[in-house]
Design a protein around this ligand. Structure first.
Ligand code: ASP
Length: 316
């Protein structure tokens, strides 16, 4: 029985000097708490799909990550949130996109999956579905933080000055995601995002697209992606990771590294992913200056990091 859990908080990580050590410590603590929430479920005999939902809910509720509270703003200064979840045991999946009022979009994705009536619900219909399912509904400005307001103003300014290409990954985007393996060997993956700062109204990225931003299949891998979603959609990135293992005989390490460091990087985008192999081995490749990430693996210790260095937060 190898339990395993991993998360990412996006590859749009700020440079170290741009946040106080206190704020970095808080972001690490929030990742640690998210991992603990998921681990409690796995250790209690719960299913992988329940664990990834719990991890993502915790990250959605943290202002440090671009999902739920603290999500990015689109070009109209509004939030349009995307999320998806996949159960590797059954290949069932659920997703919502361009939602504006669901406090935890990942909970709505799970409800869509369980409904069996759709895989992906959009916009106002997704909001209404979540309300009818009894999920927490909030005013759209609940998601807004000062940091995202400033990021939007900065990107608009860059748009005026024609310096968008110089924008850092952190100014542009972020996402959260989780992968898990439970005691029965089931894999699951979940992803949630506010997308890109200053994104066009109605733009939907890879995060709610099964196979692009999220994929899980027992015996193969569970994957949640972060980075410029358009390229992940075109490359069907999360599924490509699985296909490389299933049909190409690659290891998870080779498949995920090649995708992030060569294939996705060849499009000149920031990219990263958190992935677990069939036996629960974690991988977290990224090609940016950092990626919020963490895992609990065979050693049963909580490990998190934002840049190159990793921090051990103690036993799971
Ligand atoms: N993949 C997300 C999107 O394109 C953004 C990110 O992960 O940074 O919506």
């Amino acid at each position: 029985m190898t339990l395993a859990l991993g998360l990412h908080g996006g590859c749009g990580t700020l440079e170290r000097s741009l946040m106080s050590e206190e704020a970095w410590a808080q972001s690490r603590a929030h990742m640690g708490a998210a991992l603990k929430a998921g681990w409690a479920i796995l250790a209690g005999g719960g299913r992988a799909v329940e664990a990834v939902e719990a991890v993502v809910v915790a990250l959605e509720d943290s202002p440090h990550f671009n999902a739920g509270y603290g999500a990015a703003l689109n070009e109209n200064g509004r939030h349009e949130l995307d999320a998806s979840i996949m159960d590797g045991a059954t290949l069932e999946a659920g997703a919502v996109c361009a939602t504006t009022r669901i406090r935890n979009p990942i909970r709505a994705a799970r409800k869509v999956m369980e409904s069996g009536r759709a895989v992906l619900l959009t916009g106002a219909a997704a909001d209404d579905f979540a309300a009818a399912a009894g999920l927490d509904i909030v005013a759209p400005d609940y998601f807004t933080t000062q940091r995202r307001v400033e990021a939007l103003a900065k990107l608009r300014e860059r748009g005026r000055l024609g310096t968008i290409v110089a924008a850092s990954e952190a100014e542009k985007h972020g996402t959260v995601g989780a992968v898990a393996r439970d005691g029965a060997g089931n894999l699951a993956a979940a992803t949630s995002t506010g997308g890109f700062n200053n994104k066009p109204r109605g733009r939907v990225g890879d995060s709610p697209i099964v196979g692009a931003g999220t994929y899980a299949r027992n015996g193969v891998c569970a994957v949640s992606c972060t980075g410029q979603g358009e390229i992940f959609i075109r490359r069907v990135a999360a599924y490509d990771c699985a296909a490389r293992i299933m049909y190409g005989g690659q290891t998870l390490a080779a498949a995920s590294d090649e995708l992030v460091q060569k294939i996705l990087a060849s499009h000149d985008i920031g990219a990263g992913m958190i992935a677990l192999g069939a036996e629960g081995d974690p991988r977290a490749p990224f090609n940016t200056i950092g990626m919020f990430r963490g895992w609990i693996g065979a050693a049963r210790r909580i490990v998190v990091g934002a840049h190159e260095d990793l921090h051990d937060l103690g036993p799971a």
